[in-house]
Design a protein around this ligand. Structure first.
Ligand SMILES: Nc1nc2c(c(=O)[nH]1)N[C@H]1C(S)=C(S)[C@@H](COP(=O)(O)OP(=O)(O)OC[C@H]3O[C@@H](n4cnc5c(=O)[nH]c(N)nc54)[C@H](O)[C@@H]3O)O[C@H]1N2
Ligand SMILES: Nc1nc2c(c(=O)[nH]1)N[C@H]1C(S)=C(S)[C@@H](COP(=O)(O)OP(=O)(O)OC[C@H]3O[C@@H](n4cnc5c(=O)[nH]c(N)nc54)[C@H](O)[C@@H]3O)O[C@H]1N2
Ligand code: SF4
Ligand SMILES: [Mo]
Length: 734
């Protein structure tokens, strides 16, 4: 049976009456081709960071269909199931339509003028009383770049607080920190094309079949490759592998260090490249002394032969690609693991060449945009707070005194929450993220939010678990209703366009930021003459000129023609087919001496090891049908029917020991809390001693039980392991 028929049967949807029909492409690569719409608007998918080009079909003021853009260089017309159903999110139930303010305990409708006045007055009063840094802002990876650029200026220069971060610290901050330490700058160096030309591809903790489905089409196009997948779970991606590495949870660092040691011992590395383009080789080599194959085998659970085989495959490859995602980043050793991956790529010169890259596959549609143009963990344009030269340059570009530019970053997201717990942060503005579902160890978060004097939540949906706690809710336009740009994982900037108007009185985040700036009295100074995202884009092009993430050659018009352009894109590059597609092609890095750093790393066991009271290791993650906290996908019936509720994966060995049967309801308990009545799936997809729970479902919230443990460098949570036990549900806990 083909996937469409299966999807339709499972979801109860009549294929003939569906809004679109599908082509016969392989699993997850189907296309839609029915044209019910009066007009089609080009845009880019608003879910994941693959960044597929789309066309939104509009009829009578509604988006009635979407289809892949056949001319877009990322996806050539293909879309995955979430993408194909994305238009339903626009008209889904539960869109936020009006500003709301809490009065006598209830959220009540107010007008925009009152909303903006109240926000500015309350924030200002709190800052006057407790200091500018008592205001915190937590944003997202899902606005357009123009909005991130505007928000950064508003927060840091308008409100004058540095306590600004995003959900990207739950996601990408580890990759960012690792890239900065190795290469002197953030920025994934490769291109998707690399997946088509590499002869060895190693995916570590990246389940692209579920989470970046259209990247799988790149793998299919490469028949000569050897695909190696390291994941403790036999994911759909692992099932595609030529070599599957069932690593024990969080043992990757030991594996990579052992591979490094084998390649150095057997001289399978590029001495000339190491000498000319890196520093720290002697220290790296010394740090690898403990990582014998046998030691790594004891940590990873892999056989010594399999470790050697993997090392030799990578070491002998003409072009080797390493892609990683949350299996690496969601760890207190995440940044070091990224550095070990970069070390491996550097000593073998698997960087800056076709097919060769240490590549962080990003997550949200525009996590990259906030990394480039945002002003939270760095200054816009990958500039550094610590660099007086960078600060002076920005001050000149903005026509501001240099002492207005902060000299260090403020608190990271988990530290903002800690500061709310300790009442140093008194007011919080949450934009485009739903922490009541996505933040680890929710009870700490609830405590922090409960301590605030004023909480504003700006979201496209209401009620959400987070908007329900707000003192003020600001209704935002979402994807399909606004204009700007997204940058995908391969640094490709694509255009996002409005096809319809937002519902009720919802406004573009961009307009909300401008209105707040106006009311704050800094509108003219920070956003002179701005009305539309294109105004922000023009300034951002100037601010990024000459930087690694150079946008100066990108215009909205050029994006419409090309379908998407990769940076660096200096003037003239958008029409030059010979412009470099990758970073670091000349072996020069963004460090002071132009050399990459080889960073010694040390493996350590994950925090909270299993013990008799909590003997199982909990892994959490995603499924193809849903997007994070399900504000966008929970109301889309085809997706919701395919994946209606949470489940718990457990190996038959553990189920046998606990006397549990398939489909029984179980509770999952950690030292912090309990998830009640989850349906049990007994399966060898997970190894004995490990269980897996998706984090999409607030009713069975995985983050009720995850831990408050963070990478010391990136501050990213250790979402992928904690100690739990499983019990058959009793009615007492129902
Ligand atoms: N359908 C869908 N797609 C999405 C998203 C979504 O919500 N839904 N979200 C987007 C976002 S923001 C992100 S960040 C990406 C995330 O994309 P992924 O990182 O692929 O997603 P996860 O399921 O969180 O985790 C990936 C894998 O890490 C494995 N893992 C756990 N522990 C370890 C370990 O110790 N070592 C190794 N090697 N692997 C381990 C898990 O078993 C899991 O299969 O997906 C993006 N795409
Ligand atoms: N246990 C566990 N927890 C995890 C993870 C895990 O693997 N395991 N993964 C982590 C990762 S990688 C991530 S990225 C986070 C994601 O966690 P969240 O950011 O909390 O997830 P989303 O559901 O994407 O929330 C985005 C919110 O923004 C709103 N929104 C959408 N578009 C717009 C817009 O244009 N403007 C505004 N103002 N609002 C908008 C949506 O309605 C939604 O409420 O979760 C993290 N949490
Ligand atoms: S792969 Fe990602 S970007 Fe492409 S259609 Fe699916 S969710 Fe959208
Ligand atoms: Mo993410």
């Amino acid at each position: 049976m083909n996937l469409l028929r299966w999807l339709a049967q499972k979801s109860g949807l009549d294929i003939r009456s569906a809004e679109y029909s599908y082509g016969e492409d392989p699993v997850l690569g189907f296309t839609s081709n029915r044209k019910h719409a009066d007009r089609w608007v080009n845009s880019t998918c608003g879910y994941c960071s693959v960044g597929c080009g789309m066309q939104l079909g509009v009829r009578e003021g509604k988006v009635v269909s979407v289809r892949g853009n056949p001319d877009h260089p990322v996806n050539l017309g293909k879309l995955c199931p979430k993408g194909l159903a994305e238009h339903y999110a626009i008209d889904a139930n539960g869109r936020a339509k009006y500003p709301l303010l809490r009065k006598n305990g209830q959220l009540a409708r107010i007008g925009w003028d009152v909303a903006i006045d109240t926000l500015v007055e309350r924030f200002r009063k709190i800052q006057q009383k407790y200091g500018p840094e008592s205001l915190g802002i937590v944003s997202t990876g899902q606005l357009v770049t123009e909005e991130f650029y505007a928000l950064g200026k508003l927060v840091q220069l308008g409100f004058g607080t540095t306590n600004y971060d995003g959900n990207t610290t739950l996601c990408m901050s580890t990759a960012v920190a690792g890239y900065k330490r190795s290469f002197g700058s953030d920025g994934p160096p490769g291109a998707y094309e690399d997946l088509e030309v590499a002869d060895v591809i190693l995916l570590i903790g990246a389940n692209i079949a579920e989470n970046h489905p259209i990247l799988c089409t790149r793998l299919e196009a490469n028949s000569a490759k050897t695909l190696i997948v390291a994941d403790p779970r036999v994911t759909k991606t692992a099932m595609m592998a030529d070599v599957y590495l069932p690593v024990k949870p969080r043992s990757d660092l030991a594996l990579i260090n052992a591979i490094l040691r084998i390649l150095i011992d057997e001289e399978l590395y590029n001495k000339e490249y190491v000498e000319l383009h890196t520093t720290g080789f002697a220290e790296l080599r010394a740090s690898l002394a403990p990582y014998t194959v046998d030691y790594a085998a004891s940590i990873t659970g892999l056989s010594p032969e399999l470790i050697r085989k993997t090392a030799l495959l990578y070491g002998n490859a003409k072009a080797a690609f390493i892609g990683w995602t949350m299996g690496v980043n969601h760890s207190t050793k995440g940044t070091e693991t990224v550095n070990a991956i970069n070390n491996l790529a550097l000593i073998t010169q698997n960087i800056g060449r076709p097919g060769a890259s240490p590549f962080s596959i990003t997550g949200q549609c525009n996590a990259m945009g906030t990394r480039e143009a945002g002003f939270s963990s760095g200054l816009p344009g990958y500039r550094k707070f610590e660099s007086s030269e960078d600060r002076e340059e920005l001050a000149r570009l903005w026509n501001l005194p240099v002492d207005r530019i902060p000299t260090k970053r403020g608190l990271a997201y988990p530290d903002i929450i800690e500061a709310a717990v300790s009442r140093k942060i008194r007011a919080l503005w949450i934009i485009g993220t739903n922490p009541l579902v996505s933040f680890p160890n929710i009870d700490v978060l609830k405590h922090g939010l409960g301590n605030l004097d004023f909480l504003v939540v700006q979201d496209g949906f209401h009620p959400t678990p987070t908007t329900e706690l707000a003192d003020m809710v600001l209704p935002a336009a979402i994807w399909g209703e606004k204009e700007g740009t997204y940058t995908n994982s391969e640094r490709r900037v694509s255009k996002v366009n409005a096809a319809v108007k937002p519902p009720g009185e919802a406004r573009r985040d961009f307009d909300i930021f401008l209105a707040v700036a106006e009311r704050l009295g800094c509108g003219k100074e920070l956003f002179p003459g701005w009305r539309n995202p294109s105004d922000a884009f023009e300034e951002w092009r100037r601010v990024s000129t000459g930087r690694l993430c150079d946008y100066s050659g990108i215009t909205y018009a050029a994006l419409e023609t090309a379908g998407g352009l990769q940076w660096p894109c200096p003037v003239g590059a958008s029409t030059n087919p010979a412009a470099p597609r990758r970073l670091y092609t000349d072996g020069r890095f963004q460090t002071d001496d132009g050399r990459a750093r080889l960073v010694p790393t040390q493996w350590a066991p994950f925090p909270e090891q299993p013990h008799p009271e909590f003997p199982l290791i909990l892994n959490t993650g995603r499924t193809v049908e849903h997007w994070h906290t399900r504000t966008k996908t929970g109301g889309i019936s085809i997706l919701q029917r395919l994946s209606p509720r949470a489940w718990l994966e457990m190996n038959p060995v553990d189920a046998g020991k606990l006397g549990l049967k398939p489909h029984e309801h179980v509770d999952v308990i950690s030292a912090r809390g309990r998830v009640s009545k989850v349906e049990l799936r007994i399966t060898e997809i997970v190894a004995p001693g490990q269980i897996f729970l998706p984090f999409h479902f607030v009713e069975s919230n995985a983050n009720q039980i995850t831990q408050s443990a963070f990478d010391p460098i990136s501050r990213e949570p250790n979402f992928k392991q904690c100690a739990v036990r499983v019990e058959k549900s009793s009615t007492a806990h129902a």
